[in-house]
Write a protein that binds this ligand. Sequence first.
Ligand code: C2E
Ligand code: CA
Ligand code: CA
Length: 406
Amino acid sequence: MDKGSMHLLVIDDDVRICSFVAAIGTALGWTVDTAGEKARFEALMHERRPDAVIVDLQLGATDGIEVLRFLADARYRGPVVLVSGFDDRVLSAAQDVGASFGLDIVQILEKPIRAAIMRGLLTELESRHSAQLPSQAQVQPGVAATVQPGFTSQDIARALDAGEMLLHFQPIVSAGSLDVVSLEALIRWQHPIIGLVQPDQFIPIAEQDDETIDKLTMWVIQKTLQLRRCFEQAGISVPIAVNISGINLHRLEFPDLVARQLVDAGFAPTALTFEMTESIATIDAHRATDILTRLRLKGFELAIDDLGTGYSSLRALRNIPFSCLKIDKSFVLEAATSRASLAIVKSIIDMGRSMRLRSVAEGVETAEIASQMTELGIDAMQGFHFTQPLPADKLIGWIADRRKMA
Ligand code: C2E
Ligand code: CA
Ligand code: CA
């Protein structure tokens, strides 16, 4: 590969970065093309195959992962350099996603980029002659949900259309100030004959059918945003957590659908957070990491739910850029009586702290558990000791009463 033919393609929506890289590249004898958005990048890719590509992970409307997918689809085999202002865990998750696409991610650069580093990188790329052959992303089949007799997924889809579903909200309280720092939305089914059905009775059935669980999740998000207006009008502007099922992560467009729903409703990504159970570890791990990383890049907070109960939770914690961990209630409830559960709770809190994740204890049923968790250094708590999940209007009243007493 002679030096004159080296072609670099840069995609970054920050024109200053584009011209900075172009100036350094040109000085080293490279031909440099720059794109501010994906369509332009694609056009340039078709014009001439680059010898190296630099991808900014945060690209306004699109995100860098979409560009990586495009490169993989276009069978680009050359070196890829990732650039981002995000912390290194988000970057390394993005690197894993890129690698799962079979791309050759040669370096990750944190912004701001220093000229000397850029120069060194381009010089090194010049001396690379061949790119690695991509490895095929492994696809694992989805895990079958437990079968529950009675309802079918069609019953649930019908109930959603008929307006039989409703949301309750449970507060999450700061361990230090005891202020309500967020709410969790929890679905219930007001069945016309049976009465109120709890989610454990029907979520596993909804999960047997991709379309039904997608429909349910989208309904929960839409309804949560609608009710968030009521909370805001009552002076409660905390983020609301929505539970998403591993099955929802089969749709690559999930982050975009959610982002659009928020924009349409006039909310910033901080309005919602997402909670995922550890079952993500058992579904197609590459795809889940791809989708969850993009949710984080779009600015959503991400919690790992029921931590401690799943099979390979630590792997999920390692691979997915979570920002919060929720300790499963079984450990929290036993912490006062079981030495082992106490040790697990302690270690999870410590691990959260060293990974800079917020920790939340679920199942705080008594004042004793609340003070024990606070002593252990938990960040926030949720449980019947504060209140059961309540309909929005009741919860607004509950928070108002609390504020009056404070
Ligand atoms: P989860 O996400 O772990 O939600 C917390 C569950 O713990 C809730 O049960 C809540 O009522 C219960 N809980 C709260 N405080 C305490 C406590 O102090 N002690 C005890 N023993 N339990 C407490 P819920 O509402 O029955 O929900 C059960 C599960 O159903 C949820 O567990 C979640 O996995 C799932 N779920 C609920 N809503 C949705 C939804 O909209 N979408 C999806 N995909 N799953 C949902
Ligand atoms: Ca949850
Ligand atoms: Ca949980």
